[in-house]
Design a protein. Structure first.
Length: 323
C-alpha cells in the first residue's frame, strides 16, 4: 500500500514520468562475466537509477527549475527508498506521488567493461507494486507522459489512458520488451501513444509482433510508424537515430562525437530530453536532435543520473555542432 499522507498537493507538471526507481550497484570489469565465470572488480559504486527515475532526472535537468517534472513510482520502506526520494527532490523532481510499499526498493546490478559496454540485472522489488490509480489526477494533466516497461504492463497502460484522456502526448519507451508481451497488448498501448522510442532490438521485437518488419532498421521504423499511426524514434548506437512519422518520410539524426566512458543511462537520457523538448513545444525532429546530443554527452561519465547533462551543456554542444 502507498503512504503519501505527508506529501504536498501536486501541481500540474510539464512532464510526468510513470515508471521504475532503483538503486544501482555498479562495478567496472575488464570483461563482462560469461555464464559460469567469476569476474573480479576492484570496487563498486552505489548510484541511483531505474528507467523511470533516470528519465525524470534527464527531463528535469534539460528543463531546469523545480516541479516541472513529476515521477510516479514505488519504493520500499528502507534506506534505498529514502535515498531515492531525497536524490530526486534535489534534482527538482516532484515526488509527491512516490509510493511506499511493503517490498524492498528495486536494485540493479551493473557491470561495465573497458569499452563502456554494460550488462545489467534488475531486481524489480517495489517497482512491481506501483499503482496508477493511486496517483493524483492533477499529475495526469501534464503536457507529456513518459512510460517504460519496468513496471507492470496493466499499470503502464492505465497511466497512458489517463494521460491521453487529459490531452497529454504519450511517449512510450518499449524498454525492456516484456518477455510475455503479445500483439494485442502492444496494439492497445500504441493506440494511446504519440511517440514510440526503441533501440534496434526493441524495434525488431515490436515490428515482428505487428508484422511491420523491414530489411533495415530504417525501413522497419517507417513501416511500424505507418502501421501503428504514430512517430517512431529508433536509436541506433554509433549510427545515431532515425525518426519516422506515420504521415511522412524518415529523418536521420546523427550522434554527437564524444569519448565513451559508460553507455549506462544514455537511452534514458535520450527519452527524458526528448520528452522535455516536446513539452517545451519543439517539433519532434528538433526534440530528437537535442535528445541525441544529450545522450552522447551522457556517455562521458560513469553512471546513469550522475552523467546526465544539464540544459546549458546541451545548448553548448548543439552550438558547437552547428545544430
Amino acid at each position: 500500500m502507498s503512504d503519501n499522507s505527508t506529501a504536498p498537493s501536486p501541481q500540474e507538471p510539464a512532464v510526468l514520468v510513470f515508471g521504475s526507481a532503483n538503486v544501482d550497484l555498479v562495478c567496472r570489469v575488464r570483461s563482462i562475466a560469461r555464464p559460469g565465470e567469476t569476474t573480479l572488480a576492484p570496487s563498486y559504486e552505489q548510484l541511483f537509477g531505474g528507467k523511470g527515475a533516470n528519465q525524470a532526472v534527464a527531463a528535469a535537468r534539460a528543463m531546469g527549475g523545480t516541479g516541472r517534472v513529476a515521477l510516479i513510482a514505488a519504493v520500499g520502506d528502507d534506506a534505498f527508498g529514502a535515498g531515492i526520494g531525497s536524490a530526486l527532490r534535489a534534482e527538482g523532481v516532484d515526488v509527491s506521488a512516490l509510493q511506499t510499499v511493503a517490498e524492498r526498493t528495486g536494485c540493479a546490478f551493473i557491470s561495465i567493461d573497458r569499452t563502456g559496454e554494460n550488462a545489467i540485472t534488475v531486481a524489480s522489488g517495489a517497482n512491481l507494486h506501483v499503482r496508477a490509480a493511486d496517483a493524483p489526477a492533477a499529475l495526469f494533466q501534464a503536457k507529456v507522459l513518459v512510460l517504460q516497461m519496468e513496471t507492470p504492463f496493466a499499470e503502464t497502460l492505465s497511466a497512458a489512458e489517463r494521460a491521453q484522456a487529459g490531452g497529454a502526448k504519450v511517449v512510450v519507451n518499449l524498454a525492456p520488451v516484456p518477455a510475455d508481451l503479445d500483439e494485442a497488448e502492444l496494439r492497445r498501448l500504441l493506440a494511446v501513444a504519440t511517440v514510440l522510442v526503441v533501440n534496434e532490438s526493441e524495434l525488431a521485437a515490436a515490428a515482428m509482433l505487428l508484422g511491420a518488419g523491414g530489411e533495415t532498421a530504417e525501413a522497419s521504423a517507417e513501416n511500424l510508424a505507418r502501421h501503428a499511426g504514430l512517430t517512431v524514434v529508433a536509436t541506433l548506437g554509433a549510427r545515431g537515430a532515425v525518426l519516422a512519422a506515420s504521415d511522412r518520410g524518415s529523418q536521420t539524426i546523427p550522434v554527437f562525437p564524444v569519448e565513451v566512458v559508460d553507455t549506462t543511462g544514455a537511452g534514458d537520457t535520450f527519452v527524458g530530453v526528448l520528452a522535455a523538448g516536446l513539452a517545451e513545444g519543439l517539433a519532434e525532429g528538433e526534440a530528437a536532435v537535442r535528445a541525441a546530443v544529450a545522450a552522447s554527452l551522457a556517455c562521458r561519465k560513469v553512471g546513469a543520473q550522475t552523467a546526465m547533462p544539464r540544459a546549458a551543456e546541451i545548448d553548448a554542444a548543439l552550438a558547437d555542432a552547428g545544430r
